[in-house]
Design a protein. Structure first.
Length: 243
């Protein structure tokens, strides 16, 4: 290996609870749907008793007589991590490609990104529409027949948007991050993802904000030799072999 060769990093980051301070998707249904039913549905999904597609369809069905203005105002009250914009500046300055991978819904994700003047970022999400009665209609363009963990298959986006020579980085906090994170060389984890990594003995960096992520990536950039995570390479190879 040529140690002077420039390292190419690809960053994949979750949205709810990672970029935002709270899980916006969950908060929406706890506030505008039936909170008790919503909690029960989310628990079924966490326990892998229902798929992510089923989860979103069931959650949307709990919302009745939606007031769109109140809905939008609620989304507008959701805050992002104060250090995220600094992280975006860091990535763009250093030529690091970043993609948002969310199993959430584009309606609130795009609204928040546009508000923060981050609408130019690449974001792969599920979609949310409304019928003439303001009923929520979710749709899913990135499902995978073999994997039901996410309605929007984050793993496939990672595979499709990186090569074997890239150093892949995953940043996340939740259950929908457990599958995609395993396919990346470096993992920044908190909350449920952190616990998953600990239980399954997967190496990770704990983080509280994106300033901490910047410091770690700076260290990676400056290392003479950077080692990829072998288990991630094996996981990616499995996907390639499946076709």
């Amino acid at each position: 290996m040529n140690f002077n060769e420039k390292k190419i990093f690809k960053v994949f980051v979750d949205f709810d609870g990672t970029i935002t301070k709270t899980d916006v998707g969950e908060a929406v249904f706890l506030n505008f749907g039936d909170a008790q039913k919503a909690n029960e549905i989310i628990r079924l999904w966490i326990d892998k008793k229902i798929s992510s597609v089923q989860t979103w369809n069931m959650l949307c069905d709990t919302v009745k007589d939606l007031d769109r203005k109140k809905f939008d105002d609620f989304i507008d009250s959701m805050e992002i991590d104060e250090t995220f914009k600094n992280f975006i500046n860091f990535c763009e300055t250093n030529g690091i490609e970043i993609s948002i991978l969310s199993d959430g819904l584009d309606y609130y994700i795009n609204r928040i990104l546009e508000r923060e003047k981050l609408g130019h970022l690449t974001a792969y999400t599920n979609e949310l529409g409304f019928d003439e009665n303001n009923k929520l209609i979710p749709s899913f363009n990135y499902t995978d027949e073999e994997c039901k963990d996410c309605a929007n298959c984050k793993r496939n986006h990672i595979i499709n948007n990186s090569s074997d020579s890239d150093y892949t980085i995953y940043i996340g906090d939740g259950w929908s991050d457990t599958c995609p994170a395993q396919h990346c060389d470096f993992i920044f984890a908190k909350n449920s993802l952190l616990k998953f990594c600990e239980v399954n003995r997967i190496s990770y960096f704990p983080f509280k904000n994106f300033d901490e992520v910047i410091l770690r990536i700076e260290e990676m950039k400056n290392k003479r030799k950077l080692k990829k995570r072998h288990q991630a390479e094996l996981k990616r190879r499995e996907v390639y072999l499946q076709g």
